[in-house]
Design a binder for this molecule. Structure first.
Ligand SMILES: CC(C)(COP(=O)(O)OP(=O)(O)OC[C@H]1O[C@@H](n2cnc3c(N)ncnc32)[C@H](O)[C@@H]1OP(=O)(O)O)[C@@H](O)C(=O)NCCC(=O)NCCS
Length: 140
């Protein structure tokens, strides 16, 4: 079994994180200025590289902008590494290093993989917001 760990991202990791994000959705990556967002998160020490046996397999952006509570803004595990428990372990690790007891995040109703990963590490459903993505409510 692989050992999963997190390491604070530095600007040297920017290309790596940008690549993971770009592979997920080119249009969103460009339209939502995700490269800028990732760079800002790195500069503000809010970006963490997910390592599986020391190999970079994804990243997490984590901050305290949601009512001053721990907030997982984004997690991406590279496509070829998904479905083997890395996401859930990375979420668990980021929660353990949170300064707050409660940690929140949100995901689309259609994102069963993220919901499954969150359920595995004990997240519970807090509420739903309609109207962000048409026909695909955001679950908190
Ligand atoms: C969401 C994400 C981070 C989860 O990471 P991961 O490493 O795949 O997570 P895990 O392997 O810990 O758990 C995923 C679970 O979803 C299950 N799963 C996979 N595909 C699924 C599907 N289509 N429907 C339902 N469950 C699914 C897996 O079997 C696994 O559950 P299991 O361990 O009980 O078998 C990853 O899929 C990802 O990067 N997705 C794209 C980006 C994204 O959507 N990020 C979240 C929004 S911020």
């Amino acid at each position: 079994m692989e050992t999963i760990s997190l390491r604070q991202a530095t600007l040297k990791d920017k290309a790596l994180a940008v690549d993971f994000d770009y592979s997920l959705g080119k249009v969103e990556h460009i339209e939502l200025k995700r490269e800028e967002k990732i760079t800002k998160a790195i500069m503000e020490e809010e970006c963490f590289i997910i390592l599986a046996d020391n190999r970079a397999v994804g990243f997490i952006i984590f901050d305290y902008r949601f009512f001053d509570l721990g907030w997982i803004e984004l997690i991406i595990v590279g496509e070829k590494y998904r479905g083997r428990g890395i996401g859930a372990q990375a979420i668990d690790l980021i929660c353990r290093q949170s300064k707050t007891n409660k940690v929140f995040t949100s995901t689309n109703s259609s994102n069963a993989q993220m919901q499954r990963a969150l359920n595995k590490v004990g997240f519970s459903f807090a509420g739903k917001i309609n109207g962000l993505d048409e026909g695909d409510p955001e679950l908190f």
